[in-house]
Write a protein that binds this ligand. Structure first.
Ligand SMILES: Nc1ncnc2c1ncn2[C@@H]1O[C@H](COP(=O)(O)OP(=O)(O)OP(=O)(O)O)[C@@H](O)[C@H]1O
Ligand SMILES: [Mg+2]
Length: 263
């Protein structure tokens, strides 16, 4: 069944469509002969250049939602729209960074970063990006000829970030990309991501189960419920960047999110 047939054809609002939109998204899986409803009625609207975090407990369906938005999984119901057009599969307008990014072990840092450009024409609409500058901007200039096994976990995630930024996707989808890093490295990566986002203006949908991470990064936090996964609440984060977790405003929002996610 065409997913767009299962819900009323809701039109984007007059004027400019939302950059990224989910309408009544549902997803079920067949498990042990039964059916598991993981997402139900998920709805979100994200404007161009917005940084939105999806916050939810383990198993609530965050990765499933991201895969549906990426086009790796089709929704069982509902629609995903980019600039008002239905997503029907993966596309070069979206790139995903996962928790453990599988770099090609036999390629150097620079070769990993440029891998996705192999079919990009030099004289195409965007030409070829300045890869060395990008590698420098993620702090890996000295390591560009190293192999993945010769660099740390944090450095690998820097490569993973450079590898998607080099493609200039319209939407960056991130699934707990810093979850396996120590807290210090994680903070550095969060700061780096925000700095790069401020320069490039990508639209970012970032999944995390960490309240502090969501508040450090997002313009808006969408809190997800479990069983079935849906957006329970939307919390705007109007704090100036760089954000400081020890300020009263930050702590106030943290308490609010703890209460929201806790019950
Ligand atoms: N391919 C699949 N087949 C069957 N069930 C699945 C599949 N993918 C996910 N699920 C189930 O969907 C639910 C949500 O999984 P998902 O990975 O989306 O959660 P999550 O919020 O990303 O969790 P975590 O925070 O641990 O990464 C889980 O119960 C999981 O077992
Ligand atoms: Mg997950």
């Amino acid at each position: 069944m065409n997913p767009s047939e299962s819900v009323p054809q809701e039109k984007p609002e007059e004027g400019r469509p939302f950059h990224l939109e989910g309408i009544a998204l549902g997803r079920t899986f067949r498990v042990n002969g039964g059916s598991l409803q993981v997402l139900e009625g998920v709805r979100f609207r994200i404007s161009t250049g917005e940084f939105v975090c999806i916050l939810g407990r383990s198993g609530c369906g965050k990765t499933t939602l991201l895969k549906v938005v990426a086009g790796f999984l089709s929704p069982s119901s509902g629609r995903v729209l980019i600039n008002g057009r239905d997503v029907r599969g993966p596309g070069s307008d979206r790139c995903v960074v996962f928790q453990e990014d599988a770099l090609f072990p036999w390629l150097t840092v620079k070769e990993n970063v440029t891998f996705g450009l192999r079919y990009r024409k030099k004289d195409g609409p965007r030409g070829l990006p300045d890869v060395d500058r990008l590698i420098e901007s993620v702090g890996l200039a000295r390591f560009k000829d190293y192999l993945p096994r010769e660099i740390s976990g944090g450095m690998k995630q820097r490569v993973a970030l450079a590898r998607v930024l080099v493609l200039h996707p319209e939407v960056l989808l991130m699934d707990e990309p810093f979850a396996s890093l120590d807290s210090q490295t994680r903070r550095e990566m969060q700061e780096l991501l925000i700095a790069l986002w401020e320069q490039t203006g990508h639209t970012v949908l970032f999944v995390t189960h960490d309240i502090e991470e969501a508040l450090l990064l997002a313009d808006r936090v969408l809190v997800m419920d479990k069983s079935p996964g849906r957006i329970r609440e939307e919390i705007p984060v109007a704090l100036p960047r760089p954000r400081k977790p020890e300020t009263a405003e930050f702590l106030g929002l943290k308490r609010k999110l703890l209460e929201t996610i806790g019950d």
